[in-house]
Design a protein around this ligand. Structure first.
Ligand code: PRX
Length: 584
C-alpha cells in the first residue's frame, strides 16, 4: 500500500481513546530520549554478584509484602469452574514443584517440557522449572505426534509434564525419544505401571520451601519451537535477563496498573502466552485471568463480565470472529469493566480497531513482535494517537529500520525488510543446537525479522507482508515445509507444495497443491483422508484447509518446489522471474 493509501486511515484518536486512567507511559518521545536499560534494571530485584532468577521477579517478590494475598491467577476452567491462586500460593506451589523436580534429579539447564492444556498446574510447574534453573518448553495441546517428536527430540527434553487426555500421543513416539526419562501426569491421570509420576502425589509430599537457583542473566529460561520457510521447527531460546523487558513492556504497552484484572487470550504453548499471559504481567504484580475453555464468543464475553477484565490482549483472527458473531452478542454482557485493548500476531485491519471503538468504546491497539524478539518491539501506546492499520512505533531503547538485500537502511517510505539492531534484553540468545541457523538471522549488523514493512514520516511502522514463505494462519505460525513433509508421508501423495492463501477470517489458510502417486485418483474422500492425516501428525491449525490435486508442480532445475509460482498462480498475479524454473 502506498504512503498515500496509509494516510487515508490517519486519524487522531487520542480523544477517543477514552483513557480512564493516566497511562504508565506519558510521553513516548521523552522516554526514548532518556532511555537506558540500566535504569529499568533498578526495578528488577537481583541477588548478590549480579545473579538473578526471573521466577523470583515473576512470583516470589510479590509473595512477600502487600501482594502476598493478592490474586495472581483467576482460572476459569472448561466446565465454568473457578479457581483462584494468590501470589503467596503460587510461590508455595511453584516451590513444591521445584522440589519435585529436584527429587527427580533435574539439573540446571535441563529441559523440562509441557504438553498440557491450559490449567493452573501449567503455570505452577512452569515457574517451578525456572526456580530450579531448568529450561521450560511448552507445546501447544493440539500438536500431533510428529510435532511432539520433533520438539522433544531436538531439545533432548528429559522431563515431560502432561495429562491423561494428551499422553497417548506422546506414547506413539515414546520409543524415538531416548533422552526422555520421566513423564509427570497431572490431575491424577498417572499410570504407575508405566512408570508415570503422579503430579498430585509428589506435590503433596513436597516441601513448600525452596532455595531458588541463582542464575546468570544469560542462562536460559524457556525455549519455544517456531517455524521458518525451510526445515523443521527451530528451538528459540530465551534467557533470564529478558525479564526486564517483559516487565517494562507489560507496564508501558499493556499499561498494566495495580488494580487491573488482565486477560491474555493466548495459549501458553505460544510465546504470547508465556511472555504476556504469565511472566510480564506477574512481574508487575497484576491479577491475571486464565481461561481453559475453547473459543466461543459467548464464553469469552462471559469471562470479561465475570472477572471484570480491564485490560484485554488478543489477536486479529479472534477479533474478526467476534465481529462475525455480531454486535448484538456483547450487548448481552456487561463489558463496562474494559479500559484498554491490545492485539498481536497478524495484521490488525483498520476495521478491527474501529470495531473495538464501536462495541467496547475502546480501540484495539496493535502490537508487533515475534517468538525470537521475546517481547513487543513495535507498538501503539495509550499516550499515542493510532493511525488505523499501522503497527505503531518502536519501543524505547530499540533501533529499527527498513533495509535492502545487503542490509543497508532504506529511505523513509521505502518498502523492504524490517530489521532491528540486536542486543535488547529479551532477544533470543540462540537457536537450540543450531548456531548456523541463528547466524542466518543477521545481515550487516541487523537482525532481519522476515517481515516486510515501511516507516512513515512520523516513525509509524506499516506491515506489508512476510519476506519468506512462512504462513500466518489464525495468527499461528506454520512452516510450509512441515506441512509438505507431513503430506508426502501419506501413502497416496507423491509431491506437495504448500502456500498461505489470503482468507478474510483467518488472515491466511493453508493451501496444498498435491500430486498423487500413479494409480491414485483425486476425490473428495481422499482429500478429507489426507487432511485428517496431516492434522494427526502436526496440529489442528496446521492442516491444509484447501487441497488442489495437480498433475505437476513448478520446480527449479535443482528440483525445489517453487512456492512463489504456486502463490502467484493462485492469486492471479504475474509469476515473475522464472529463469530457474524447470523446463520439460
Ligand atoms: O509476520 C509477523 C506476524 O507474526 C510473526 C511472528 O510470529 P510469532 O513468532 O508466532 O509471534 C507471534 C506473536 C508474538 C511476525 O514476524 N505478526 C506479529 N505481530 C504482528 C504481525 N504481523 C502484522 N502485525 C502485527 N501486529
Amino acid at each position: 500500500m502506498s504512503e498515500k493509501g496509509h494516510q487515508m486511515y490517519e486519524a487522531s484518536l487520542f480523544k477517543d481513546k477514552k483513557l480512564i486512567k493516566t497511562p504508565n507511559l506519558l510521553d513516548l518521545e521523552s522516554a526514548r530520549k532518556s532511555f537506558s536499560w540500566d535504569k529499568y534494571w533498578q526495578e528488577i530485584e537481583t541477588f548478590e554478584n549480579g545473579k538473578m532468577n526471573a521466577a523470583h521477579n515473576v512470583i516470589d517478590v510479590h509473595s512477600v509484602g502487600p501482594n502476598r494475598n493478592k490474586v495472581a491467577l483467576y482460572f476459569e476452567g472448561d466446565d465454568g469452574k473457578t479457581e483462584k491462586y494468590t501470589f503467596g500460593e503460587m510461590a508455595d506451589l511453584s516451590n513444591k514443584f521445584a522440589n519435585v523436580l529436584k527429587k527427580l534429579g533435574v539439573r540446571r539447564q535441563d529441559r523440562v517440557f509441557y504438553f498440557l492444556s491450559r490449567s493452573p498446574e501449567l503455570y505452577v510447574s512452569f515457574i517451578g522449572t525456572l526456580k530450579v534453573g531448568a529450561i521450560a518448553g511448552t507445546m501447544f495441546p493440539a500438536f500431533g505426534e510428529d510435532a511432539l517428536r520433533d520438539r522433544l527430540l531436538d531439545s533432548g527434553a528429559k522431563y515431560l509434564v502432561t495429562e491423561e487426555q494428551l499422553k497417548e500421543r506422546v506414547y506413539k513416539v515414546r520409543d524415538q525419544l531416548p533422552e526422555l526419562r520421566h513423564i509427570i501426569v497431572v490431575k491424577k491421570g498417572a499410570d504407575s505401571s508405566k512408570g508415570e509420576i503422579c503430579y498430585e502425589t509428589e506435590m503433596e509430599a513436597a516441601s513448600s520451601k525452596f532455595t531458588i537457583e541463582k542464575m546468570d542473566p544469560e542462562e536460559y529460561t524457556y525455549m519455544l519451537y517456531t517455524s521458518g520457510t525451510t526445515g523443521k521447527p527451530k528451538g528459540v531460546v530465551h534467557a533470564h535477563g529478558g525479564i526486564v523487558q517483559q516487565y517494562l513492556s507489560s507496564k508501558w504497552v499493556l499499561d498494566l496498573q495495580p488494580d487491573d484484572t488482565y486477560w491474555c487470550t493466548a495459549d501458553l504453548g505460544w510465546v504470547t502466552g508465556i511472555v504476556y499471559g504469565l511472566m510480564g504481567p506477574w512481574a508487575n504484580g497484576i491479577s491475571q485471568v486464565g481461561y481453559g475453555g475453547r473459543f466461543k464468543p459467548e464464553a469469552w464475553y462471559n469471562v470479561i463480565q465475570k472477572y471484570k477484565v480491564t485490560v484485554w490482549y488478543t489477536a486479529p483472527t479472534a477479533i474478526r470472529m467476534l465481529m462475525a458473531a455480531g454486535d448484538e452478542v456483547p450487548k448481552r454482557y456487561d463489558m463496562s469493566s474494559l479500559r484498554y485493548l491490545c492485539s498481536v500476531g497478524e495484521p490488525l485491519n483498520p476495521e478491527g480497531v474501529k470495531w473495538g471503538l464501536k462495541v467496547f468504546g475502546h480501540p484495539f491497539n496493535d502490537t508487533w513482535w515475534q517468538t525470537e524478539t521475546g517481547s513487543i518491539l513495535i507498538t501503539n501506546y495509550p499516550c499515542m494517537p493510532i493511525k488505523f492499520g499501522s503497527m505503531g512505533k518502536l519501543f524505547p531503547g530499540i533501533e529499527g529500520a527498513i533495509v535492502d538485500e545487503e542490509g543497508k537502511p532504506l529511505p523513509q517510505g521505502a518498502e523492504g525488510d524490517l530489521a532491528l539492531k540486536p542486543g535488547w534484553p529479551s532477544m533470543m540468545r540462540t537457536i537450540w543446537k543450531n548456531e548456523k541457523r541463528f547466524n542466518e538471522y543477521f545481515r550487516n549488523g541487523w537482525y532481519i525479522t522476515g517481515d516486510t514493512a515501511t516507516i512513515d514520516k512520523d516513525g509509524y511502522f506499516w506491515y506489508v507482508g512476510r519476506a519468506d514463505d512462512v504462513i500466518k494462519t489464525s495468527g499461528e505460525r506454520v512452516g510450509p515445509f512441515e506441512v509438505e513433509s507431513a503430506l508426502v508421508e501419506h501413502p497416496a501423495v507423491a509431491e506437495a507444495g504448500v502456500i498461505g492463501k489470503p482468507d478474510p477470517l483467518r488472515g491466511n489458510i493453508i493451501k496444498a497443491f498435491v500430486m498423487l502417486k500413479p494409480g491414485q485418483k483425486p476425490s473428495d474422500e481422499l482429500r478429507e483422508t489426507i487432511q485428517t492425516f496431516v492434522k494427526g501428525k502436526l496440529a489442528g491449525h496446521a492442516y491444509p484447509r484447501e487441497i488442489e490435486f495437480v498433475d505437476s508442480l513448478p520446480k527449479t532445475r535443482s528440483g525445489k518446489i517453487m512456492r512463489r509460482v504456486l502463490k502467484a498462480k493462485e492469486l492471479g498475479l504475474p509469476i515473475g522471474d522464472t529463469s530457474t524454473l524447470e523446463r520439460d
